[in-house]
Design a protein around this ligand. Structure first.
Ligand SMILES: Cc1cc2nc3c(=O)[nH]c(=O)nc-3n(C[C@H](O)[C@H](O)[C@H](O)COP(=O)(O)O)c2cc1C
Length: 299
């Protein structure tokens, strides 16, 4: 589909972040889905207090809106860069876009809050996705379709509301498609309708859905990581999720990621290698790694 793809020029190499991203196009914190999101994140914080939630308020945040600017100037810069004719000006034109694309591409999970507008999404949400969806920056072409730069298996929760019955709905399938393109292909939809008739009932139903949606966000991806067994010659991208599923902490994972430790290097490392001061691993982490090496060998 794409003859070539973009490469990050103003951002470093991507690796899975520690954050969950909330892309919020709701009508504000008092709206029904605004209150639903509050209930969801209250539950989520109980389950995964260590995960940072980044909240992108698409309507209210002027700085963010400036970074999301995407006009014909950007389209031309993109085309020039994709055909290897990009100038320094074209690179700079994409600096904000690269920042936003990296933020979503590396998130552990995605929550999208969007009321239905004219059967679809509010334009501000479409603009956000037009700004961040670029081959090479947030997804790549693969057999059978597009996939996230860091692979799939990550959770998506869609919180959505409609004034009427929402019998015609272009919003949900579109959000699920663009989410999956980015690697958030384990979706859970929390939808309420007939707000014009009964807001209280809609709010009650959203609040009742908050705990299961929070569990989905907290657990989805983890179970997948835990069941996939990497090959001995795997790259660090496959090895790290497995180590994480076995309980290796974030700091040690970061160290291994920076050194791009794949299967072979992991198996070949001695106790002295792990104790090397340059790695900065604690005694406990070294012991854990030695134990995990044994477990990996036994796979
Ligand atoms: C511009 C606009 C377009 C809308 N289009 C639809 C629509 O196509 N179908 C529908 O059921 N409700 C539509 N609504 C109603 C919204 O979905 C409703 O205001 C929203 O769900 C309210 O939710 P909240 O309390 O979470 O803000 C529209 C509202 C606005 C402002």
């Amino acid at each position: 589909m794409f003859s070539s793809e973009l490469k990050f020029q103003t951002q470093g190499e991507l690796c899975l972040g520690r954050h969950l991203l909330h892309v919020d196009a709701s009508h504000g914190s008092e709206s029904v889905i605004g209150q639903g999101a509050l209930a969801l994140f209250t539950e989520f914080a109980k389950l995964r207090p260590e995960v940072e939630v980044r909240h992108l308020r698409l309507w209210e945040d002027e700085e963010l809106r400036a970074r999301m600017e995407y006009s014909l100037r950007h389209v031309r810069a993109k085309m020039a860069r994709m055909s290897q004719r990009g100038s320094e000006e074209d690179v700079q034109c994409f600096a904000n876009i690269e920042l936003l694309a990296a933020e979503i591409a590396t998130a552990r999970g995605l929550v999208i809050s969007a009321p239905m507008w004219n059967y679809g999404v509010p334009w501000v949400l479409k603009q956000y996705f037009d700004a961040v969806l670029h081959p090479g920056l947030s997804f790549q072409e693969a057999e059978g379709g597009c996939r996230g730069l860091l692979g799939g298996g990550r959770p998506l929760v869609l919180l959505t509301s409609a004034g009427g019955g929402a019998q015609k709905d272009h919003l949900t399938p579109w959000v699920l498609d663009v989410g999956a393109m980015l690697g958030f292909d384990e979706p859970k939809v929390v939808a309420v309708a007939h707000l014009a008739r009964d807001r209280d009932a809609a709010l009650r139903s959203l609040e009742a859905a908050a705990a299961p949606a929070a569990r989905h966000l907290a657990e989805s991806g983890r179970s997948k990581e835990a069941t996939e067994e990497p090959e001995p010659d795997c790259g660090y991208e496959e090895l790290l999720p497995w180590l994480q599923s076995r309980g290796l902490g974030e700091e040690a994972l970061d160290t291994l990621r920076a050194a791009k430790v794949g299967g072979e290097m992991f198996l070949g490392a001695s106790a002295e290698d792990w104790e090397n001061e340059e790695l900065g691993l604690s005694e406990q982490e070294v012991r854990q790694l030695l134990r995990l090496q044994e477990e990996f060998r036994a796979l």
